[in-house]
Design a protein around this ligand. Structure first.
Ligand SMILES: Nc1nc2c(c(=O)[nH]1)N[C@H]1C(S)=C(S)[C@@H](COP(=O)(O)OP(=O)(O)OC[C@H]3O[C@@H](n4cnc5c(=O)[nH]c(N)nc54)[C@H](O)[C@@H]3O)O[C@H]1N2
Ligand SMILES: Nc1nc2c(c(=O)[nH]1)N[C@H]1C(S)=C(S)[C@@H](COP(=O)(O)OP(=O)(O)OC[C@H]3O[C@@H](n4cnc5c(=O)[nH]c(N)nc54)[C@H](O)[C@@H]3O)O[C@H]1N2
Ligand code: SF4
Ligand SMILES: [Mo]
Length: 729
């Protein structure tokens, strides 16, 4: 019996349709059963009618109600009483909290100007309302510094955009039609679970699935083949694949002639990339690269699921660009189930968001933009570091001189994010957060590592308690989230908290008085692009989710029509040349291996030393970034902060299974427990993340070892471009 059937006949129970708020490509539709009398949520399940959710939630959100009702939920505003970082607070009322914050904030603005205020947010919720509406209005009215959302995907996005023009691609359902599927830098069974059934469908019809990853992840184990690759070297693999395809004449001559630019130059460039050369860089044999290239070019349709793991490296943008050339080269876009998906968020570029975010409130001001990956630098009182924290995504963009860096950050608002655990170069971040002269306000569900540094902690509602509209990025269904239960304790939605702060600041624009439901309805009604024709308020209310008005099967580039400047897939990109890049695919090696570069704090990089190991820290299966990692159930599933190390590397260091390890580099040090396993390739270690510092045995996590360095494109984070030393402590 389905859960729906279990509850729907029961008159004492109300069923509310909503959607998962998490930063995950699956954007699941869910249903919550609520007791009509007590108004308590009883159960949650995946919506059976949603073609991608297909009735199941992942093992984390399946237990979302435990999160909602957890005894550790923040239920009333708090004011700091102990030293910063001590986590000692006293209860205050909302009135006190809003009034005190407004007074102190006005003091900062009077003395330093509004750019001394920095919002810091990311993907705690991906809802259009709770992520980017009232908060954007508030900070734009103020004229606060802006934040570049660079911590996750920008490098890959840029590489993809330069090549095919928009983040568009195969929809999950169509992977079922592929004959060969390359899962490239993605741990599908952990981070994109709902794609897997379609991949399984393809396999039943004979498709092969190959996983390209330094780790034998659960996805690699479930696939037909695991191809271990040295971290940060995917760009070289793609170049050699193109070499082999062109050499063997296996490219799609007609598609290339009609729908691409720069084939001649590409063919000349990849002559420099015989498989033997890439073999030395990637660790994959030349023979295997040749076979992979031939299989990829001849299996029709061939699909690639590329994800973010391979772009958290200095050369991540260029690597993604190279991979994105492959489908056009072999004409894979022609067929249902052929092509590539990094993200389909490009469909959202047609959303009319000005009514939601109200950029007009800036009134012509252009505040500075801070790169969120450089929070440590941004919070530094050293003007050179503050200047370095400015956002400069392309080589031709210049960072300001220290004199022109603007005021120091004196007030920080954190919401939907846990930077004390997730941001790179953690010791810099913690040093900044510990500044007694910094006013820090944190909106949260739980007392995170970041909340411990707050002056004021404001309790936020969860998705079960507020309205939202979920945009998608892994499939084509938008979803409405209706509140199922009243707020827990005194928690308020982010929207209400920023509305209250705006009113306490004396902001009078009518935008600060609109209620949540009206905002969403107006937003939906303001959409005029034809792909949103199906997304009506009534349809959302009735069904809970709606497919964008796109044809099925969805073959965006079967006849070219790439949204690039040339209208073609750009093997040669004039725009890249103008932006200061090599206009052709090339290989950009990891920065952590650079033997000459000095890292941020000036000491010699570990990468100079042949005894160092590459270190990656992809998500633990049971956590969602740092979310869920503080709840016993999920922590229990992951046991403790681990370091996966290959038996050869362990033997060379006399490390045994379960040993307590010291892991360090030029930036910091962390203690981890050894998991000796051949599920990680030799020469690389893997620390599943992201643990809270306070739940780690030595009070620190793996972001002690990651740098504020920016990727080649998009000024993104380089979380996996890291070298470390490891020894038994
Ligand atoms: N359960 C769970 N799901 C999640 C998340 C979570 O934390 N937990 N996070 C969500 C978010 S915010 C994101 S961005 C996505 C992330 O999900 P994914 O895009 O899947 O990204 P990662 O987990 O960062 O990396 C995926 C794989 O890339 C591998 N990898 C690392 N470096 C390289 C490399 O240089 N080359 C290649 N080929 N592979 C490499 C890693 O070992 C990992 O197995 O997942 C979302 N979904
Ligand atoms: N070493 C290492 N570091 C990484 C990564 C990695 O792979 N390795 N991955 C990186 C990536 S891809 C990403 S996207 C970032 C993610 O980093 P974050 O976006 O910070 O994600 P979370 O750690 O899940 O923290 C989100 C917080 O938002 C809170 N929250 C959720 N909903 C709401 C809400 O409605 N209101 C408010 N006020 N708060 C809410 C949650 O309780 C949670 O504490 O981490 C990055 N950091
Ligand atoms: S985290 Fe992802 S897989 Fe899990 S319920 Fe949310 S959208 Fe679905
Ligand atoms: Mo992410």
């Amino acid at each position: 019996m389905t859960k729906l059937a279990l509850y729907e006949e029961n008159p004492a129970v109300r069923i509310v349709t909503g959607a998962c708020p998490h930063d995950c490509p699956d954007t699941c539709s869910w249903q919550i059963a609520v007791d009509r009398t007590s108004k308590r949520a009883l159960d949650i399940w995946g919506h059976a009618d949603h073609p991608v959710t297909q009735g199941t939630l992942c093992g984390k959100v399946d237990r979302y109600l435990e999160r909602v009702y957890h005894a550790d939920r923040l239920t009333h505003p708090l004011r700091r009483v102990g030293p910063k970082g001590s986590g000692r607070f006293e209860r205050i009322s909302w009135r006190e909290a809003l009034a005190e914050i407004a007074t102190r904030l006005q003091g900062v603005i009077n003395e330093w100007g509004p750019e001394a205020v920095l919002p810091y947010a990311y993907g705690g919720t991906m809802g259009l309302l709770q992520q980017h509406c009232m908060s954007d209005r508030f900070f734009q009215q103020m004229g606060a510094s802006r934040l570049a959302y660079t911590i996750c995907s920008e490098a890959g996005f840029e590489g993809y955009l330069y090549t095919i023009g928009a983040t568009m691609g195969i929809e999950p359902e169509d992977y079922a039609h592929a004959r060969l599927i390359l899962i490239w830098g993605s741990n599908t069974l952990t981070s994109n679970l709902h794609l897997w059934p379609f991949i399984q469908q393809a396999r039943k019809q004979g498709a092969r699935v190959i996983v390209i990853d330094p780790a034998r992840t659960r996805t690699a184990k479930a696939a037909d083949e695991w191809l271990p690759i040295r971290p940060g070297t995917d760009g070289a693999l793609a170049l050699a694949m193109m070499h082999e395809i062109i050499d063997a004449g296996l490219h799609d001559h007609d598609y290339v002639a009609a729908h691409t630019v720069g084939f001649e130059q590409l063919a000349a460039r990849v002559q420099e990339w015989p498989p033997q050369r890439a073999a030395q860089i990637t660790g994959i044999s030349a023979e295997r690269i040749r076979a992979l290239a031939r299989d990829y070019a001849t299996a029709k349709p061939a699909a690639i699921r590329v994800n973010y793991g391979m772009q958290r490296h200095y050369g991540g943008g260029m690597a993604m660009r190279n991979i994105t050339c492959l489908p056009a080269l072999v004409g894979a876009w022609r067929e249902q189930g052929g092509g590539i998906q990094l993200s389909v968020s490009g469909q959202l570029r047609h959303l009319e968001k000005s009514g939601l975010q109200r950029p007009d409130l800036l009134a012509g001001r252009i505040p500075r933009t801070i790169n969120m990956n450089r929070l440590g630098d941004a919070l530094s009182l050293d003007r050179t570091r503050l200047a370095a924290s400015h956002y400069a995504p392309r080589p031709l963009d210049r960072k300001p001189t220290p004199d022109a860096a603007g005021p120091p950050v004196k007030a920080l608002f954190v919401y939907n994010c846990n930077p004390a655990a997730v941001a790179p170069d953690q010791s810099s971040v913690h040093a900044g957060l510990a500044r007694e002269d910094l006013l820090t306000v944190v909106l949260e569900h739980f007392q995170t590592d970041t909340a411990d540094y707050a002056d004021y902690v404001l309790p936020a509602t969860t998705q079960a308690e507020h309205w939202d509209l979920q945009r998608m990025y892994g499939h084509h269904f938008m979803a409405l989230n209706r509140p199922a239960i009243p707020p827990v304790g005194e928690a308020r939605p982010n929207s209400a908290i920023f509305r209250g702060l705006a009113q306490a600041m004396g902001y009078t624009d009518s935008g600060f008085y609109e209620d949540d439901e009206t905002i969403l309805r107006n937003f939906v009604e303001a959409q005029h692009h034809p792909i949103y024709e199906t997304v009506t308020w009534d349809a959302l209310l009735e069904k809970g989710f709606v497919r964008l008005n796109l044809p099925q099967p969805y073959l965006p580039f079967a006849d070219g029509n790439f949204p690039t400047p040339s209208g073609k897939c750009e093997f040669y990109s004039e725009r890249m040349a103008q932006d200061g890049y090599d206009p052709l695919p090339t290989y950009t090696p990891p920065k952590s291996e650079a033997k000459t570069e000095e890292r941020t704090n000036g000491s010699a990089p570990a990468g100079r030393d042949p005894r160092s190991l590459a270190c990656i820290s992809p998500p633990a299966h049971s956590f969602l970034n740092s979310s869920f990692s503080h709840l016993e159930r999920f922590r229990g599933r992951e046991s403790e902060p681990l370091l996966w190390i290959h038996p050869q590397d362990a033997a060379a260091r006399r490390i045994e299974e379960g040993a307590w390890l010291r892991v360090w580099n030029e930036l910091g040090e962390v203690g981890l427990t050894a998991r000796v396993t051949d599920e990680i390739m030799a020469g690389t270690v893997l620390a599943p993340g992201i643990w809270w510092n306070k739940h780690s045995a030595d009070g620190r996590n793996v972001n002690q070892l990651t740098a504020q360095d920016e990727t080649d494109m998009g000024a993104s984070a380089t979380f996996y471009d890291v070298r470390v030393f490891v020894e038994a402590a």
